[in-house]
Design a protein around this ligand. Structure first.
Ligand code: PLP
Length: 402
């Protein structure tokens, strides 16, 4: 008998499977609104000008391919902490933070999980919004955490259910972990207001809940990095709380495949930060030994050079404003084509995704009959829209709803 006779088939990840289906579709009309990757106005992947300039500078200086330190590239870790916290808060808390370069945002979440597990006697419950990014449960379950979903979104009103959110916070056992999408909530596009963030922070602080930010879209959401980093700075600055931040440069620098990320932990005291830094180093060593160099060098170049950073800010504005324009265009075309019902939710959302609120039947009809691919829950990646296809998409949705 085989050593592996207890192995079972695990269905492929839904969103990657959807991309494969799209690629296999030979229709010239096909539209990919599945995976959350930025596309330009011609539906092509976009290398950010700031990233191109940084790469050229690196190549001119000459690249080595030596190991990075276990914790990653020091200039990248410091540049990341500075941009995420803002220079004022960074200066204030520099000695109270630990950072570790990670395998993009997913790796940062995993590293956060390893550390949170290693620092508690009893493995805490992880509270995860429903709906959420498809990988959250998997990452934390794979590390043995009990995971609890809480209602984040009201499918009737198509908006954030803030009362349910507050209720969960008031009932969660102290020392639990709460996953917070820092901005551009995936998949709903609905974030708390600044006032609501304040309330969330106050309740979490009073109830001793640990905030773990998933920060995959900073600067990509509004086009303004500081604006998008507001909740992180609120918790760690004004509210003086401990927090973890899982940072990805996949979307906001377009470095999807280079796996550039960082886990940042803000703690209370300096010795604590030193200890946690040493634990991160040990955890990283046993899993990846040394994080990959190339993407981190590019990001570090962008973060450490004023003119490249300025270009990057412009690039984020370019991406987020095109997405905003396409969100508005889809809304306008839905209205113009007489799509039944209200579509106000679409323009109230922000970020990369539109959460349309279509039934699975409609989603599958759009896929099978119209060659329009979106996630089963009718989340669309708005970056897949452009002036050449938005009218077709709106018209097709309208036809399916009639
Ligand atoms: N978190 C959220 C909410 C995301 O949407 C994503 C990517 O889609 C990630 C984390 C992690 O992405 P990556 O590991 O590519 O940085």
């Amino acid at each position: 008998t085989s050593w592996f006779n207890k192995s079972e088939f695990i269905p492929p990840d839904a969103i990657f499977a959807l991309t494969a289906k799209f690629q296999a579709d030979s229709s010239p009309q096909k539209v990919n609104l599945g995976q959350g990757t930025y596309r330009d106005a011609d539906a092509k992947p976009w290398v950010l000008p700031s990233v191109n300039l940084a790469r050229e500078a690196l190549l001119t200086r000459g690249l080595q391919h030596e190991y990075l330190p276990i914790l990653g590239l020091q200039s990248f870790r410091e540049g990341t902490a500075k941009i995420v916290l803002g220079s004022e808060l960074f200066d204030k808390r520099a000695t109270q933070i630990a950072t570790c370069q990670s395998l993009s945002g997913t790796g940062a979440l995993h590293l956060a999980g390893l550390l949170l597990r290693a620092t508690q006697n009893k493995q805490p419950t992880v509270y995860i919004p429903e709906p959420t990014w498809s990988n959250h449960h998997q990452v934390f379950k794979s590390l043995g955490f009990p995971c609890e979903s809480f209602k984040y979104y009201d499918y009737e009103t198509k908006s954030l259910d803030i009362d349910s959110y507050y209720n969960m916070l008031k009932q969660a056992e102290p020392n639990s972990v709460v996953i917070l999408h820092a901005c551009a909530h995936n998949p709903t596009g609905c974030d708390p207001t600044k006032e609501q963030w304040r309330e969330i922070a106050q309740v979490m602080k009073a109830r001793e809940l640990f905030p773990l930010f998933d920060a995959a879209y900073l600067g990509f959401n509004s086009g303004d990095y500081d604006e998008d980093a507001f909740p992180i700075r609120l918790f760690m600055g004004e509210m003086d709380m401990e927090a973890g931040v899982c940072i990805s440069f996949a979307k906001n620098m377009g470095l999807y495949g280079e796996r550039v990320g960082c886990f940042l932990l803000g703690t209370k005291d300096e010795q604590g930060a030193v200890n946690l830094q040493s634990m991160l180093e040990m955890l990283q060593r046993s899993e990846v030994s040394n994080p990959p160099g190339f993407g981190a060098k590019i990001a570090s170049e962008v973060l450490g050079n004023d003119s490249l950073k300025e270009q990057w800010f412009q690039d984020m504005e370019t991406m987020s404003s095109r997405i905003r324009a396409m969100r508005a265009a889809l809304y306008d075309n839905l209205i113009a084509s007489g799509a039944p019902g209200s579509w106000d939710h679409l323009i109230q959302q922000s970020g990369m995704f539109g959460f349309l609120g279509l039934s699975l039947d409609v989603v599958l009809r759009l896929r099978d009959e119209y060659h329009i691919y979106m996630a089963d829950n009718s989340r669309i990646s708005i970056a897949g829209l452009n002036t050449g296809n938005v009218e077709y998409v709106a018209r097709s949705i309208t036809e399916c709803l009639r």
